[in-house]
Design a binder for this molecule. Structure first.
Ligand SMILES: [Zn+2]
Length: 337
């Protein structure tokens, strides 16, 4: 059972999960990136044909019924940070601390049967399948009254936290919403009460009117480096019209969004070759009616530097790349591999 512990000083939950220490790491003891590629492709647990090396499949997305080969495959994390058999929201005091008994799901979404290592390498049909999987898994969790919030994230390359090289995303869904997420949503609520508009839509509209930090737009989505970017080349992607929950996007919309994000990652990698990057999907908690004031949005950011003492101590980030320069650089970066 996952061991949730609450710190009364910073108001944050931590998960003590010693089982995670035993998970394999493709990147340990490899001298070079080429060594990793050479040594790991043969027995990669995420490659097509090695399905027996992972937990049982939860869902698979295929190109067509005749072709049994999956494009995107979903299964439970073999080394989960949370467990499905916990309580919904049970807390007990431990001295000044709290212990939580919460349930959760920790799933892996593998986005290609082939040993691809970045989102930029996915085919059109792999992109479509991956984004349908993201949407469908979150829709399923959103309809479970025991669950409160889901974080979909991608760690690409070791400096971004990846331990398996084969491209994959993770969804960590829990019966509690963490302090950080609650604070984001609460600030959005305050903004809505003061301005009668969703803060993410307000930011997107402002960035369009300013123009200097916009990277690119499609019919329905926009990408920009936000005015107050925490990191160099931080890119926010959201829906222009606002309104929809992420898990209510249509097949056409997720297809458009996926290909747009692939294009943005290609631009990023052309600007910063082999950069490690993270992708986060921010959505409102399922149990808070935040539709009108907290629109879903994606953040993509390269890991150019580790947070240092000042950032850890204050939460105030020092960003050495102005978002205006980052957006200009990405706008002019080639969008083909
Ligand atoms: Zn693989």
């Amino acid at each position: 059972m996952a061991d949730f512990r609450w710190d009364p000083v910073n108001g944050q939950w931590v998960i003590i999960a010693e089982n995670r220490a035993g998970r394999p790491n493709d990147f340990e003891q490899a001298d070079t990136y080429a060594d990793i590629v050479k040594s790991k492709r043969v027995d990669c647990p995420f490659c097509y044909g090695n399905e027996a090396k992972t937990p049982k499949e939860i869902a698979a997305y295929q190109a067509c019924e005749k072709d049994g080969r999956w494009l995107t495959r979903v299964f439970s994390n073999k080394y989960p940070a949370v467990h499905e058999n916990g309580g919904v929201n049970h807390q007990t005091n431990v001295g000044p601390y709290r212990k939580g008994d919460f349930l959760g799901h920790h799933e892996i979404i593998v986005e290609s049967p082939e040993h691809k290592t970045s989102f930029s390498q996915l085919s059109d049909e792999e992109i479509d399948a991956a984004f349908k999987a993201y949407r469908d898994r979150i829709a399923l969790f959103a309809n479970d009254s025991k669950l409160s919030h889901a974080m979909l994230f991608k760690n690409c390359r070791p400096d971004a936290g990846a331990s398996i090289e084969h491209l994959h995303s993770q969804i960590l869904c829990t019966s509690i919403t963490t302090e950080k997420v609650l604070r984001r949503v609460d600030r959005a609520k305050q903004y809505f009460e003061a301005n009668q508009v969703d803060v993410i839509s307000a930011i997107a509209d402002f960035e369009v009117s300013d123009g200097s930090r916009v990277i690119e737009q499609t019919d329905n989505f926009i990408a920009f480096c936000p005015y107050a970017s925490r990191f160099g080349y931080l890119t926010t992607v959201t829906q222009k019209s606002g309104g929809n929950d992420f898990f209510r996007l249509t097949d056409d919309e997720v297809s458009e969004l996926g290909k747009f994000i692939r294009k943005l990652v290609i631009k990023l990698e052309n600007r910063l070759p082999n950069a490690a990057y993270n992708m986060l999907l921010h959505i409102a908690p399922f149990d808070i009616s935040a539709d009108e004031y907290y629109q879903w949005h994606v953040e993509i950011f390269p890991r150019l530097a580790n947070p240092a003492g000042y950032e850890w101590g204050t939460g105030c980030w020092i960003n050495p790349v102005a978002p205006e320069h980052a957006a200009d650089s990405l706008r002019n970066s080639p969008d083909v591999i």
